[in-house]
Write a protein that binds this ligand. Sequence first.
Ligand code: NAD
Ligand code: MLT
Length: 527
Amino acid sequence: MKVLVADDLSPQGLEILRQAEGIEVEVKTGLRPEELKEIIGRYEALIVRSSTKVTAEIIERAERLKVIGRAGTGVDNIDVEAATKKGIVVMNTPGGNAMAAAEHTLALLLAIARNIPQAAASMKERKWEKKRFVGVEVQDKTLGVIGLGNIGRIVATKAQGLGMRVIAYDPYISRELALQKGIEMVDLEELFRRSDIVTVHVPKTKETEGMIDREAISRMKDGVMIINCARGGIVDEEALAEACRQGKVRAAAVDVFTEEPPPADHPLLDLDNVVCTPHLGASTSEAQLNVARAIAQQVVEFLTTGTVRNAVNVPSVDAETLATIGPYLKLAKQMGAFFGQTSPFPVRKLVIEYQGEVTRYNVAPITAAVLSGLLRSYLEEGINEVNAPFVARDRGIEYSESKVSEAADFTSLITLRTEGDRGRHLVAGTLFGKKEPRLVTINEYAVEAVPEGTILLIDTEDRPGVIGNIGMTLGAKGINIGNMQFGRDRVGGKSLCILHLDSVPTLEVLRELEALRHVLTVRLVQL
Ligand code: NAD
Ligand code: MLT
């Protein structure tokens, strides 16, 4: 399997990749988009930092790509939606550079409070301007942290150590968690109103882009200081420059830009009260080592064992969990395929019921496996557990999960059911001996069938001689029956015959079977 490393990665990360069995590594940094597009089809994995833009056009050409690894946090340089649609896992290394980015934020905070870069530059010009560079103390000032994730939390704790009051806005973090750390959660309005210094630590999303714009700045204190060490564009750069020029903002520090590097005439670069750094947040040897090692290990684990860690577009499953839920994943995929091929009408609404022991696990990957099996019975290629939930929604298939923790007849049971204008369809399955997939219910019939190979499902009337006729018809065509199961609703009622065949019958044979006396329907399933 080939891995392309398209941005600089610490040698220790490269070494992990090189040492892995069955993995061949190629390092090609500084590729132009057309060059990457040209070669991407050869690789199973791509590792990038922030320089390489993994666009939809590049992903389109990535025929063999299974995983994109981002050595760092922000995945805004990767078209995650395009990757998901194509079934490619996108993983990052959350937290690996959080300390570095938090320390850089604090360095910038003190730098702008005390005019350190400007004073240092003045000294280099052999000047002694004590009066020009009078600063402010941060002790007892209020720091407003927007985004209380890995970086925001470290910034908050360390700022408390400097004697600052910390307030924060993050609608996805509980007040209790913040309170434990002595951080007061407030709404955005209040944060703008009360903060002496505002620092952003959110990902760049549709919601956060332009979050600090002209309007937002106008609601802040006069003389506020603003820091953006997250992503370019979260703070509107034009609006910030204008406010810095007018003195509404006393000073600002910017590590990240909408366009990197920013154009020479960028409005923030010439302002005396703005300190800019060239996206240095994660640039410490420790952080680069952390993220390089982490992404190399994650990519190797994924390619060699299927373990998914720190994925941003698919539920993560570690090796231990994978070993436990692996048999369920197999069962779920086979059941999804069986269900799709036997449903008498297109599945539009699917209910997936989990009962018993299986409910102890995160069932999201099992649901994805059901969907991938189901969709594979309708669609040609390219469906896997990564894109199946996306493709299902895209095709208007609604699905829902329900869980019942008490076990009934089986230690664990997975039931798939759907309803359409032409009736209902239900299939239930379990694991025998914790490993062996079995179908145990097909609609009204209790069965015990292995969901594997070529299967014929034949609905018949429960009459003498029906089974004999079926066997003779198949025998006459040289088709051997490997296994046979039989279920009926009542004596003389209806019955279901499940045949595992050693070869695939032709359409002509299926028609012949359908024409037999007392045979109602014949369905061929290939798993
Ligand atoms: P994280 O995912 O751990 O935390 C992000 C936090 O933002 C989460 O708690 C989330 O709930 C919150 N959030 C999301 N949307 C929000 C919204 N609309 N309003 C308020 N809060 C919201 O990420 P992190 O590792 O802390 O990284 C934070 C930012 O820093 C990211 O943009 C990342 O790309 C950037 N980063 C920059 C550098 C650098 O070199 N300058 C280095 C590392 C990370
Ligand atoms: C990140 O998102 O991890 C940082 O911006 C650092 C980087 O781009 O490498």
